[in-house]
Ligand binder design. Structure first.
Ligand SMILES: C[S@@+](CC[C@H](N)C(=O)[O-])C[C@H]1O[C@@H](n2cnc3c(N)ncnc32)[C@H](O)[C@@H]1O
Length: 284
């Protein structure tokens, strides 16, 4: 049985991806170019997701209720959701690697484990990467179902006994509470949605709510900060926008900013698919 993730093809507003032994065709607004594989190759997909005429799957009955894959040595449980998500954003792979490297190097410089805050934490890829590298992690998401899913992923990786706090809460409310408790973090990771809802229905709109959220994060940084990783899939917030936001909030504290596009990748002849932007502020 094949393990792992691979982009197989893209084009004509669709992407074809392999998740373990499951091949899926799903919508992809960025893929304005031609498909490279034949129609017959695309039609061999195990299942397909469409947004035209409302969200719907074709062939969902051919998918296992849940299945597991490994990405960069981390195990993820996958499942088809009604929104076409599967419980993993493989375009974050490079960031997970960087989180692992930075967290693993931190104790040599500071003689203690780094404290990591993962916001909008979804199924926990960044939490797993940090916990794997020995960090203390606080994992925050408004959805109890997603926090349960992330805990399952931690258990799949043998990380259930690591120091991870699992929090179901609205991100802004939680940060305000942490400030009152005088908590601080060395690395803050956030992957906000364009629009989201907190645990009690609080509305999050990225264009209004991200700048004040970053100001709160600025107040929660420790005196020995490792940095901040901001990523998102909101088309209007390009890597330059993320750079400007982090520059204004953290630029005066020194360190370096690095931004880029997140990419879905496959074999060497497969065109990578741009899937959101990221920016790091690295202080260390
Ligand atoms: C990882 S983010 C967005 C992922 C990706 N960037 C995208 O745009 O599709 C999605 C996660 O944020 C969580 N979320 C949304 N609004 C939230 C809020 N106000 N407080 C905490 N978590 C929230 C959701 O439950 C979900 O797990």
């Amino acid at each position: 049985m094949q393990d792992g993730y691979e982009l197989l093809d893209s084009g004509e507003f669709q992407k074809l991806e392999r998740f373990g032994s499951v091949v899926l065709s799903r919508p992809c607004a960025q893929a304005v170019w031609r498909q490279s594989l034949s129609k017959a190759d695309w039609q061999r997909a195990t299942a397909a997701f469409f947004r035209d005429g409302g969200n719907q799957w074709r062939g969902r009955d051919r998918l296992p209720a849940t299945w597991e894959i490994s990405v960069d040595g981390m195990r993820f449980q996958l499942s088809s959701t009604d929104f076409g998500h599967l419980g993993i954003f493989p375009e974050q792979r490079d960031q997970w690697r960087r989180i692992r490297e930075l967290c693993a190097a931190y104790p040599k410089a500071h003689q203690r484990a780094p404290r990591v805050l993962n916001l909008f934490a979804y199924s926990g890829g960044s939490t797993l990467a940090a916990a794997h590298a020995g960090a203390e992690v606080c994992h925050v998401d408004a959805s109890k179902g997603m926090v349960d899913w992330a805990r399952k992923n931690a258990a799949l990786n043998g990380l259930e006994d690591r120091p991870v706090r699992w929090i179901v809460d609205d991100v802004t409310k939680f940060l305000e509470r942490e400030l009152r408790r005088s908590r601080s973090y060395d690395l803050v990771i956030l992957d906000p949605p364009s629009y989201g809802r907190g645990a009690k229905g609080e509305v999050f709109k990225i264009e209004n709510d991200l700048p004040p959220l970053l100001a709160l994060i600025g107040q929660l940084m420790s005196s020995q900060p490792l940095g901040v990783l901001l990523s998102c899939h909101t088309p209007e917030l390009t890597q330059t926008s993320l750079h400007h936001l982090l520059l204004q909030e953290f630029g005066s504290k020194g360190g370096a900013l690095e931004s880029g596009e997140m990419l879905l990748r496959g074999g060497k002849d497969v065109l990578p698919v741009p899937s959101g932007s990221f920016c790091w502020w690295v202080r260390a």
